[in-house]
Write a protein that binds this ligand. Sequence first.
Ligand code: NAD
Length: 353
Amino acid sequence: MDAMIVLLPGDGIGPDVVASSKRVLDVIADNFGHRFSFNEQLIGGAAIDATGDSLPQSTIASCETCDAVLLGAVGGPKWSDPNAAVRPEQGLLKLRSVLGVYANIRPVRIHDQLAGASPIRKDILAGVDLVVVRELTGGIYFGEKTRDASSASDLCVYHVHEIERIVRVAAKLAAGRRKKLCSVDKANVLETSRLWRDVTDRLMAEEFPDIAVETLLVDAAAMHLLSRPSDFDVIVTENMFGDILTDEASMLAGSLGMLPSASLGDTLRGLYEPIHGSAPDIAGLGIANPCGTIASAAMLLRHSLGLEAEACAVESAISAAIASGARTADIVSDGESPISTTEMTDAIIRGLS
Ligand code: NAD
């Protein structure tokens, strides 16, 4: 197949982990007889430095016409003045909006050999394989905000169609997995959560009767994620709850550097990025873990290009590299020697041949 992929390296360790992922995609193209074209564009602080804009029009134009977008990370101390007129994160938020990607999908899969890198007990981590589906463009983060000298408010609004479309994404994912969906809300307190629960219950009964639905209040879900994480298959939740629960879930895998994400809308075109940021503390050292971004490239192959075997090949190669003892500094245990970003990428590519 022919595919056009926009690469947005961004800032900090972003360029390193995106370069690693491109190497992997090049090998996949060779091995499976595809032609992937890459179009590298600016976003974030790098774009501000070059153009004064965190998401230049040329980047938007490329992203609107490609098959998929692979992003590294944006931000860093150089652009972090809260009073600055232009900030790197604005470019990322605008990109999500331009692409209409309302569903953020974050799989959490544990490599047995990395159990020691997680703060959670090894027996609790056994068999963990879950996906969090977070609503990305609605809720309290996008509602009207007010502030005066004595008070402030953030309005939380959800519309039925926003709930329906995100629950459908999650249910379709569950249908291809263990057929279990856990919907997380705060229906004992919040009206938006009562709507969320009503819509979810109705839609699941009407459209996905063979999927088992569990409902949890968000406070209980935060506890169950750590006490029985292997029970979960697909978790669907609103924007703020998803933001918090996905960072908590990342600790199951031991390092932010391991986890991928996909942001999807109603078309096949998606935005793929690791869940970590630009890691300014290790930028330029060549030691960033590329696994989360390479796993994001695997999600790109699966969701935007429909290349399931190729996606599985990449995921298996990451597992094989880990199994062979390859470890970047963030996932080493006592007695293990860390390797560089390039060496980790080499180890993954060896698993593709
Ligand atoms: P961070 O994720 O960049 O780093 C947190 C810690 O994890 C750091 O110690 C870092 O070294 C480590 N880490 C992260 N990714 C790693 C990897 N691949 N390999 C090894 N270690 C890794 O979070 P932060 O420090 O809070 O934020 C730094 C900057 O990134 C900020 O400007 C923030 O706004 C931005 N940020 C961007 C995104 C994004 O682009 N989507 C997401 C989160 C944060």
